[in-house]
Design a protein around this ligand. Structure first.
Ligand code: GDP
Ligand code: MG
Length: 315
């Protein structure tokens, strides 16, 4: 397919998959069509990646980002209730349970407070964490996502379990080893996104409640070295760690097979919090341009890093 086809039909493109020998295959044609896109090339990039297990609403959420950018980030970008949520396949579809990394074919351009144009790239990383045979694949994929993104959303359902932290410890360890990083903070921003949060009487929805919740979760007083080590390791790996508590989207959006993505069918509370989440990430204090070895990276440079990083996992 030609590059013009990609430009005219924005869609998710698979950029990384695993072959039967558990080796990464980088789809250079797909990746190049995005990173050498006229809107992205030579601009510094901000790569937003969402990662986590299947069927937890990752792709669904990314479509709100697409909508935000399509509307130029203007107020009211989510007000038209009869619009359909479109973009990444968030139900059905053959790619649904495929382990791999997808990227939205269309880069978005954002102007920072310093009047600098940045290309925004959206990445969807999914894998299965449920068997020992897949956990290694998943760890490498997640690690690659950490290495190539500047803002990593860790999508979790209902709570942060000890397992989720142990997995994250493993993924970041893999990533750090592959980077051969000696610097203390190997990665940039990590955002825990807790879906279907139901204890808003304890910690409110949003970044504020998330911060309280995470502080509590990270400062547990259990006298267990492994648990402490996991938390310390994670804290050291990231420049910035935040958490957002997201309400349930309502039964129609989560269980009704006829739900077609109409905004009016999604719980208003969820819609309010999605606006807070997306807009919050693009506030100056949270926004991160991709940096490698302390320098900002352009889209075309990122293409080379993808190649190098994929090779780092080949043995
Ligand atoms: P992914 O595999 O993580 O990318 O999940 P999808 O985005 O494909 O969503 C899977 C299903 O979960 C869809 O039917 C969505 O309507 C539903 N869904 C989306 N967001 C949420 C959420 O926050 N909570 C719940 N319970 N379901 C959601
Ligand atoms: Mg998905």
């Amino acid at each position: 397919m030609s590059i013009s086809y990609f430009l005219n039909n924005p869609r998710p493109l698979k950029i990384v998959e695993l072959d039967e020998n558990h080796k990464f295959i980088l789809n250079e044609t797909n990746l190049k069509s995005i990173l050498f896109h006229r809107k992205a090339r030579n601009k510094p990039v901000c790569v937003i990646s969402i990662a986590g297990a299947f069927r937890k609403g990752k792709s669904f959420l990314l479509n709100f980002f697409i909508r935000f950018f399509r509307n130029g980030g203007r107020d009211g970008w989510l007000l038209n209730e009869h619009d359909l949520l479109k973009g990444f396949h968030w139900r059905g579809g053959s790619d649904r349970d495929t382990t791999g990394i997808f990227m939205w074919s269309e880069p978005f351009v954002l102007r920072t407070v310093l009047n600098e144009e940045v290309a925004i790239l959206l990445m969807d990383t999914q894998g299965s964490f449920d068997s020992s045979s897949t956990i290694k694949d998943c760890a490498s994929l997640f690690a690659l996502s950490l290495m190539t993104s500047s803002m990593q959303i860790y999508n979790l359902s209902q709570n942060v379990q000890e397992d989720d932290l142990q997995n994250l410890h493993l993924f970041s360890d893999y990533g750090r080893l592959a980077l051969e990083s000696t610097s203390k903070t190997a990665f940039q921003s990590l955002i825990f996104l807790i879906r279907d949060w139901s204890y808003d009487y304890e910690h409110e929805y949003g970044f504020g409640g998330g911060e309280e919740f995470l502080t509590k979760r990270f400062n547990c007083n259990i006298d267990n070295n492994e648990i402490k080590e996991t938390r310390n390791f994670i804290k050291k790996c990231f420049k910035d760690i935040t958490c957002f508590l997201m309400p349930h989207p309502g039964l129609k959006a989560s269980t009704n097979p006829y739900f077609d993505g109409k905004l009016v069918d999604i719980d208003p509370l969820f819609r309010v919090q999605v606006v807070n989440f997306v807009e919050g990430l693009f506030q100056e204090k949270m926004f991160q341009i991709k940096e490698i070895n302390g320098g900002k990276v352009t889209a075309t440079e990122l293409f080379e890093y993808f190649k190098i990083y994929c090779l780092a996992f080949q043995d």
